[in-house]
Design a protein around this ligand. Structure first.
Ligand code: PA5
Length: 429
């Protein structure tokens, strides 16, 4: 179902992975035996085995679907990127322009502080039936808290206080934080985020699954994909484990001076998947003065903007390419009897085949430019393959961070800007 394929030219030989075998084994054991730094945050590891709240999620999703043309997901970082990654990967690139809809449109708030963005969102919501799903593990993050206050007031104004309460779903800690307090006081429908699952590892909990189910996608198939991937990774303590290969080469190449890992995709709908991946690796590895910087690029457009630097600039990069072999939709490239644009030679290919050839050509070019490549391939994008990919990268990320000798599950650096902001805003201690 998911094939993970690697290319690494000249810079690093496959055999070199063996030198990391012992370290990868010890990192793998820290995950399965739960005895490393951050061991209290390993709940994500077994989420695919647990389908216990899927029916409740589906029930609440169907309640929201019946009432709403729009669901506004309010959250930031790990509290929204997973849901957005999956929803956009499975939706039309022009989803917001589709007028005859079977599913609510999912919009996002609380991931920025732009006044224009919020004013424009409020304007759109005036005319439409909507509900709010507010997600914050701590229940205290400023951006989503502020967005929730503003949107809740607008919701109450439109529907009255009682009906507004029916249209709010809170996903937060079981006990701690203001959001749990508000949910209890107002009787919002709510889900809890377990203590042992950190934000960026929470896509397979209600944090990701509820918005995905509201958008009309099959969360059971997603969990099935994650479960199958878990079975491939969890008991294979050898270099044939694709997560070992990925974590191993990232660490090897980092130790040889590479500084950036760029995630490449060839479908615009995968841009948020790339952003989810960026957060996962960035917050998990970037600490103690270490870690590859996770970047993301969308091809082929970025080949015409960043391609020059990548090919000929400083040799800082490695690349992780997500290859989707088949398109879900087909179109025909028209035959032109005049062939004035000289494109008839392409008619033996579909547009997707041309996209695949662009990927192969880029891979060869970048290998010749000294950029090691990891190609992660799936047959096509659907709920099952996305579930598998999410679990693959989560497992590989924890393994890679432990091999780098950092705690994969904390994010102490994020506090610095928050504290400065509170001081500048004069927040009471
Ligand atoms: O991965 C993480 O832990 C972070 O990205 C958090 O998800 C993000 O900071 C939002 O935090 P919270 O869910 O507490 O509002």
């Amino acid at each position: 179902m998911i094939i993970v394929d690697f290319d690494f030219a000249g810079i690093c030989e496959k055999e070199e992975l063996q030198t990391l075998e012992k370290e990868l084994l010890s990192s793998h054991n820290l995950i399965v035996n739960a005895n490393g730094e951050g061991k209290e945050f390993l709940g994500w590891r077994d989420l695919p085995l647990n389908n216990e709240n899927l029916s409740e999620i589906k029930e609440i999703a169907s309640f929201i679907r019946n009432k709403s043309e729009i669901l506004v997901v309010i959250g930031i970082g790990g509290s929204y990127l997973g849901a957005r990654a999956v929803i956009e990967a499975l939706s039309s690139s022009f989803e917001s322009l589709i007028s005859k809809r079977d599913n609510p449109l999912v919009l996002y708030a609380g991931d920025n502080l732009s006044e224009d963005y919020m004013a424009e969102l409020l304007e759109i919501l005036k005319e439409r039936d909507y509900s709010l799903c507010v997600i914050s593990k701590s229940g205290t993050t400023t951006e989503p808290a502020l967005a929730f206050r503003i949107l809740k007031r607008a919701l109450e104004k439109k529907y009255g206080e009682e009906e507004a309460k029916e249209r709010i779903i809170a996903i937060t800690d079981r006990e701690k934080g203001i959001l749990r307090l508000l949910a209890k006081e107002n009787g919002y429908k709510s889900f809890e985020i377990k203590d042992d699952v950190g934000g960026r590892f929470s896509v397979l909990t209600p944090v990701g699954l509820l918005p995905i189910a509201v958008a009309g996608f099959d969360i059971e198939a997603m969990m099935q994909g994650a479960r199958e991937m878990r079975a491939v990774l969890i008991d294979n303590k050898s270099i044939s484990n694709p997560a070992w290969q990925y974590a191993g080469f990232r660490n090897l190449l980092y130790s040889k001076g590479k500084k950036i890992d760029a995630f490449l995709c060839y479908q615009p709908t995968l841009q948020y998947f790339a952003r989810w991946w960026q957060q996962l690796f960035g917050e998990s590895e970037g600490k103690d003065g270490k870690g590859l910087f996770p970047a993301s690029l969308l091809n082929t457009t970025d080949l015409h903007s960043m391609g020059q630097y990548i090919q000929d600039g400083e040799k800082l990069m490695i690349e992780t390419t997500l290859q989707v072999k088949n398109a879900n939709k087909q179109i025909e490239i028209p035959f032109d009897s005049n062939d004035k644009d000289g494109l008839n030679y392409l008619l033996s290919h579909t547009l997707n085949q041309i996209n695949q050839i662009a990927l192969q050509a880029t891979k060869q070019a970048h290998i010749s430019g000294g950029i090691p490549q990891f190609i992660v391939s799936v047959d096509r994008i659907n709920e099952k393959t996305l579930g598998a990919l999410l679990y693959f990268f989560e497992f590989a990320c924890a393994l890679s961070a432990y091999t780098l000798k950092v705690n994969p599950f904390n994010q102490p650096g994020v506090e610095t800007y928050k504290n400065n902001m509170f001081e500048l805003l004069g927040k009471n201690k």
